[in-house]
Write a protein that binds this ligand. Structure first.
Ligand SMILES: Cc1cc2nc3c(=O)[nH]c(=O)nc-3n(C[C@H](O)[C@H](O)[C@H](O)COP(=O)(O)O)c2cc1C
Length: 166
């Protein structure tokens, strides 16, 4: 992988995240790694830094890993990995070694794990985390549409440290 600047990312994040999906990968205090598919989030600028932001529901096993290390990667894929991303977005790492089941390999950017088969990887540190607050919704329809079980996402703002591409 070679390092590029965030502004050199060619594809729009509407395609990268919303259409093609990404894997959020993190490790816990014992070095165990977990990953999950995500299609909600974005990239931009905040507090004078280039950031990515992702939204993780409380029941995701990956959330424990992100909360333990406060570091994560976002892995994006070229080619036909839809089957794997669908699987990783359905099965929990609590129940099996799902990374191995997909024949994916874990690589590291310093301490931060990512999926080696990715064509684009963003790594960074969590700068801010906050669970969405029911009282803050201006569009209250979103509450019944997305949170009938009250499982509000936590929003993570991640300061981008590295962008790696093949
Ligand atoms: C296309 C797709 C997008 C998803 N996006 C998100 C997301 O943005 N946030 C989230 O919390 N879960 C999202 N999920 C669900 C998780 O990927 C899924 O629950 C996964 O099995 C969690 O794995 P874990 O328990 O090992 O962390 C998505 C699933 C799919 C298939």
């Amino acid at each position: 992988m070679q390092s590029i600047k965030a502004e050199q990312i060619q594809k729009s994040c509407f395609s990268l995240i919303g259409k093609d999906w990404m894997l959020i990968t993190a490790k816990d205090g014992e070095g165990k790694v977990n990953t999950m598919t995500a299609s909600w989030g974005g990239m931009g600028v905040l507090w004078g830094k280039q950031v990515a932001f992702v939204f993780i529901r409380p029941q995701r096993y990956t959330k424990q890993f992100v909360d333990a290390s406060h570091e994560l990667s976002l892995s994006f894929f070229d080619g036909d990995y839809r089957k794997e991303l669908t699987y990783l977005g359905k099965v929990s790492g609590r129940d099996c070694d799902k990374i191995k089941e997909c024949n994916f390999d874990v690589a590291y950017d310093g301490q931060v794990p990512y999926i080696a088969q990715a064509s684009l990887v963003i790594t960074g540190k969590v700068l801010y985390a906050q669970t969405l607050d029911e009282d803050c919704f201006i569009d209250v329809k979103a509450i019944s549409q997305w949170y009938p079980a009250g499982d509000f996402h936590t929003m993570y703002v991640v300061g981008i440290d590295d962008v790696l591409t093949k």
